[in-house]
Design a protein around this ligand. Structure first.
Ligand SMILES: *Cc1c(COP(=O)(O)O)cnc(C)c1O
Length: 464
């Protein structure tokens, strides 16, 4: 009898398993752009094949990989292509997929320099490129995390540490019980992950001072409460529905003068700063103290790639620091001090690959094209009777309404059923909307026209 170890040594050695996986991957990619945007009913039913008891015996590895390909792949969402407009979900650049693929085989841990010198190096390089692209202060440091949810948590943890330290209180040692009160101020349209971070950090959601927003969801500067040096203010670059941007310059300068900490949630919108014709939207972001942004949305890195940037290195490292006698710190970069995790994926590798590939001009070009496609979508849809666009399409988001809430919802359900494209729904000032997010490098003019046709077909199926 061959032991499991012997079996795996053979698999590692003859690599047939890897060939099999590669072949399946290529066949997936061959129709990644043509497949149903959402799995068919058959594919969804097929998932029942996974309802099996945990096998007793080790099987042939090829059997596992085949099962994933045959039953798993058809039940994937076709986010790589150009007609997935749900949530704000980017595609992935080919070079990012290829780099991640290599990095998968390297199987690196990005915790410390000694666990992966290559990842540590690329973290430093990307940190400096990002500051340049986004126009952030020279002294800012970057932490590489799972997504903007985690990045916002880190930024606010740094804020909490710093403001309490200034008040003579070490929150790491003493916690929040009896601590000086920290105020939290944010717009009424703040993303739910911001509220989650506030809850996780112990501030309490009911203590938030919400600021009124205008018809695009932007914080109204005149409605800001007075700020002070015990206040964390959270602004937004890219409203998750309308794509709008808060008026940073005016608010940040006042907030800084008052000694408040400003964090900007720029999950997808911070990238406007890297686009010549769109950077007016992010004017003033450089005055903030911390920023959260995703690689995996607008930049189209593969998934699981968020970034926190913080202008106060001591604050973020103090907030997220951990020690242990076995930890080997180096003079080089040790990524884990900027994140909540210890063991972590070496995610700087594909982030570096995407930036190295696109360059400044490529980033600008790709993101501006997304904006143009969003404008195209709005223009084409507007011409169809029964649809109206309810937001100002300043970036990549388009909000669509039909004549009544009921028709909007039914049309959306029909669009999803037709599977030509995929969009989600939301409430916008008390009314139902269809949200269209153009967030893929792969979206062509034809994709937009085809999708608009599908919207028109859906509406006529619902109303006739
Ligand atoms: C997507 C999004 C988030 C959350 O980001 P994740 O990467 O999904 O964790 C936060 N804020 C805004 C505005 C977003 O669009």
């Amino acid at each position: 009898m061959q032991s499991v170890q012997e079996k795996m040594l053979r698999e590692m050695h003859d690599k047939k398993l890897f060939d099999l996986a590669h072949n399946h991957t290529y066949s997936y990619l061959n129709n990644a752009f043509e497949r149903n945007i959402f799995p068919s009913e058959d594919a969804l039913q097929g998932l029942k094949r996974f309802d099996e008891a945990l096998p007793h015996d080790t099987v042939d590895a090829a059997e596992v990989i085949d099962q994933l390909h045959e039953v798993g792949a058809p039940a994937t969402v076709a986010k790589l292509g150009g007609r997935y407009f749900g949530f704000v979900i980017g595609s992935a650049l080919p070079v990012g997929l290829a780099a991640k693929h290599m990095a998968t085989y390297w199987d690196q841990i990005g915790a410390l320099h000694v666990t992966s010198p290559i990842n540590a190096k690329l973290e430093s390089v990307v940190e400096s490129w990002l500051k340049q692209l986004l126009g952030l202060p020279e002294n800012a440091v970057a932490g590489y995390v799972t997504g903007t949810s985690a990045a916002t948590f880190c930024g606010l943890a740094a804020a909490r540490f710093k403001l309490l330290q200034m008040a003579g209180w070490d929150v790491n040692e003493k916690g929040l019980n009896n601590a000086p009160k920290i105020r939290i101020v944010t717009g009424k349209h703040s993303h739910s992950t911001v509220l989650k971070a506030i809850a996780m950090l112990g501030f309490g959601k009911s203590n938030i001072e919400f600021v009124d927003v205008d018809e695009e969801g932007r914080v109204i500067a005149e409605k800001m409460p007075p700020l002070d040096n015990r206040t964390i203010l959270i602004l937004q670059a890219g409203n998750v529905n309308s794509g709008s941007f808060d008026p940073f310059e005016e608010i940040c300068i006042k907030a800084k003068a008052a000694g408040a900490w400003v964090h900007i949630d720029g999950a997808f919108g911070l990238w406007a700063a890297a686009v010549e014709k769109l950077k007016y939207l992010t004017k003033g972001i450089e005055h903030a103290d911390s920023w959260s942004v995703d690689g995996h949305k607008t930049l189209n890195t593969p998934y699981d790639c968020g970034i926190v940037l913080c202008a106060d290195k001591e604050a973020i490292v103090s907030a997220l620091h951990m020690t242990g006698s076995y930890i080997i710190q180096s003079k080089e970069r040790d990524g884990m001090y900027y994140t909540p995790d210890m063991s972590q994926r070496a995610r700087a590798i594909e982030l570096w690959a995407c930036l190295r590939y696109l360059g400044k001009k490529g980033v600008d070009d790709m993101i501006y094209t997304m904006h143009q496609r969003a404008v195209q979508f709005a223009e084409e849809l507007k011409k169809i009777k029964g649809f109206r666009i309810v937001n100002d399409v300043v970036f990549n988001q388009v909000l669509v309404q039909c004549e009544t809430n009921e028709i909007t919802d039914k049309t959306l359900a029909k669009v999803q059923e037709l599977r030509v494209c995929w969009a989600g729904g939301a409430e916008w000032f008390g009314k139902r909307v269809i949200r269209v997010s153009i967030c893929s490098w792969a979206t062509t003019e034809t994709d937009i026209t085809q999708s608009v046709h599908s919207f028109a077909q859906a509406l006529s199926l619902v109303t006739n």
